[in-house]
Ligand binder design. Structure first.
Ligand SMILES: O=C(O)CCC(=O)C(=O)O
Ligand SMILES: [Fe+2]
Length: 365
């Protein structure tokens, strides 16, 4: 599929360009602003207080991971000013004219920058979003030439943001390690040298939001994701395989924490990998910033703790890069099979139409 350069010119169309139109079974089922309070909201005040609040807070986090694989945290210690600066710069970037954004075009496999929909190959329908991706950890591998230098000051703020979020993520991984009965550092150690990728998602207002998604249904591949969103709404989660969906209530300054596939495997399936998607709307644009904490590509993926009565959910240890490759191949295969089934159905309908328009004598002749 040819890359769509930017969404700027498509926003004011009356109808949605066909490359964004999803099959009916993938379209949104619940409104972007019909908020639910089912996802737990947890305050981290007192989390360092080993003889006080820590136990209670950890219990809530663990329960949320077991039930949903997704929860919101408030009082997390990351400066609100830093979050709002990061958000403001991001909005200003996406408001720039196409040629400015395309200076950082990451199509063709470049490590970071701007792109429409996603940089992944094999997608059959596009997501209604523009993104900027920063490969932010390991620090030694950063390529600042792929970090947008407009608006001025954004690079400095992103550096600080990525550092603060790395610390917060490690703190949460300590809680999960302890909950598994392991030493505090067990999960970060299992990541070897932790990778971090910051993805800024911009979802412009959409001419026909009911036909498309901002980001299709998925689980995050890594260990844990910290997501900040504006007040518009659009993040949805399901815990019954897509039958029912809830829209996560936006909370100013909160982080939404998602457990990813790596976290799921390491806990031997005890912690859920959150199944989620983003929907769009025709009233206004939306912004979210996802910070993915991933293991190093060579890190081994295998349960760190198999509890009594359980069997390991993986046959053998594999590397994270192999795990990721298998996930992508599976996604591509599912899309391909879906496409083939759709084409076959269209052909059958075509044959049926032909028969129906023929006079009966011709059909029987
Ligand atoms: O925009 C959102 O709310 C979801 C983003 C997300 O799931 C992702 O970037 O992986
Ligand atoms: Fe995600």
């Amino acid at each position: 599929m040819a890359p769509t350069k930017t969404l700027n010119s498509l926003v004011d169309e009356k109808t949605l360009e066909s490359s964004f139109v999803r099959d009916e079974d993938e379209r949104p089922k619940v409104a972007y602003n019909k908020f639910s309070n089912e996802i737990p909201v947890i305050s981290l005040i007192g989390i360092e207080d080993v003889n006080g609040m820590r136990e209670e807070i950890c219990k809530k986090i663990v329960e949320a991971c077991e039930e949903w694989g997704i929860f919101q945290i408030i009082d997390h210690g990351v400066d609100m000013k830093l979050i709002s600066e990061m958000t403001r710069f991001a909005k200003e970037f996406f408001d720039l004219p196409p040629q400015e954004k395309l200076r950082f075009d990451m199509s063709g496999g470049k490590k970071g920058g701007f792109i429409v929909s996603s940089h992944l190959q094999g997608e059959t329908v596009k997501d209604w979003r523009e993104i900027v991706t920063y490969f932010s950890y390991p620090i030694g591998k950063r390529d600042y030439s792929r970090w947008p230098n407009k608006p001025e000051g954004w690079i400095k703020v992103t550096k600080e943001y990525s550092e603060k979020l790395m610390n917060l993520a490690c703190k949460l991984l300590e809680v999960l390690s302890e909950a598994m009965g392991l030493e505090k550092e067990a999960l970060t150690k299992a990541c070897v040298d932790m990778d971090q990728k910051v993805v800024v998602n911009y979802y412009p207002k959409c001419p026909q939001p009911d036909l498309t998604l901002g980001l299709k249904r998925h689980t995050d591949p890594g260990t844990i994701t910290l997501l900040v969103q504006d007040q518009v709404g659009g993040l949805q989660a399901t815990r019954d395989d897509g039958n029912t969906w809830i829209t996560v209530q936006p909370i100013q300054g909160a982080f939404i924490v998602n457990l990813g596939d790596h976290g799921h495997y390491l806990s031997n399936g005890r912690f859920k990998n959150a199944d989620h998607q983003a929907v769009v709307n025709s009233n206004c644009s939306r912004l979210s910033i996802a910070t993915f904490q991933n293991p190093a590509p060579e890190a081994k993926v295998y349960p760190l703790m198999v509890r009594e009565g359980e069997k390991p959910i993986l046959k053998e240890p594999i590397s994270f890069s192999e795990m990721y490759k298998r996930k992508m191949n599976k996604d591509i295969e599912i899309s391909r099979l879906k496409k083939v089934a759709k084409e076959e159905k269209q052909l059958q309908n075509l044959d049926k139409d032909k028969l129906e328009t023929k006079p009966i004598e011709e059909i029987l002749a």
